[in-house]
Write a protein that binds this ligand. Sequence first.
Ligand SMILES: Cc1cc2nc3c(=O)[nH]c(=O)nc-3n(C[C@H](O)[C@H](O)[C@H](O)COP(=O)(O)O)c2cc1C
Length: 377
Amino acid sequence: MELQKAIESRRSTRAFTGRKLTRAEIETLLRAATSAPSACNMQSWHFYIIADVGERAKLKGICADWVPSAPVVFIVCTDAEAINARFGRFGAKFPIQDTSLAIENLLLKATDMGLGGCIIGAYKQETLIKTFSIPDKYVPVALLPVGEPAEEIPARERKNISEVSEYIGTAPEEGGEPRAEEAEKPFELRHAYLPGAEFEDLNLSGASFENINLSGASFENINLLGAKFTDINLTGANYSALNMSGSHFECAELNGASFGCCEKCEREGKYCVEMQQALLDSVDMRTSKLNHCNLEGSVLTDVRAVGSKLYDIDLDESSLSGVNMVSSGIQCSNLFGASFKNCCFANTSLENCDIEGMTVDGISVAEAVKACKESAK
Ligand SMILES: Cc1cc2nc3c(=O)[nH]c(=O)nc-3n(C[C@H](O)[C@H](O)[C@H](O)COP(=O)(O)O)c2cc1C
């Protein structure tokens, strides 16, 4: 998720589904928290993690009743002793500054992972310390329940920036900042020969690539939201940790390409390549591999996917027409509501897929399978 999107969509979340967080998810959150800046890099924070149901129940009466319903509650503490020893009174603000930055990092990462949380300042300090036997050196500053949000939460209104800020001295002229606009201009690349090029950690949102040979190229950790690829050779290219939602491929060669095979995304249980609402038109993707890709609501027309392998793909509500899938294999994928028209499926295998609502030329596949089974009896 783009940083701007995470900032805008973060909400204080106070109701959670029953889903537990994995150890990997908890550690991802802690890594985000501890990547925050801290005074003299002392990293004065300390986190207690309460995932255990019995331990969470002990929070009852210490804070609001809904808090223990979160699958994980962090007790965010500061190592006040270390800060005092080093800075004395001069560092009085550091414990709160360090931990607040860590908390916001954690909340933004939670948003990025489809989770939500809420910083809790209202709780019984002494009872909390006693209940969880927190040693003197760690002073709790906040509770932080985190989990999967049970509902959509509307954004709370913000004051206008003019109400909460003012310039000291002269302000930069209004509209006189061309650099920011230039930086916003999407990246464009045309008529180039760049086989084996490597793209990593880039924001290429809205970029356009035209008439380029990028065969064997690799794209990793890139924002390609709404990017357009026209007349492009991406044969054997590798794509991982990408957001390509709303992207558009036209007259593209993607044969032998490999989408989403990165172990990190697999470990974190998230899609490696986001291609929601993507458009693929006149695309050759023979023998390509797609793993952990989200193609929800995408539209594929005139696509050659012969011999391709799809694993853990979300094609929910997608529309595929003129797609040649001969000898391809689809495993553990969501085809819920996907519509296939004029597609060729000879020797195609579907294994452990959700085919509820999937139609082929207007015929429900689930019903066709049921009818076949009944007639075989
Ligand atoms: C220092 C601090 C303490 C807070 N304490 C609580 C709390 O005890 N209980 C609670 O439900 N929300 C608490 N909140 C969350 C705020 O209510 C919330 O951030 C605010 O209403 C804005 O909503 P938003 O976070 O969804 O944008 C706290 C927030 C901050 C920054």
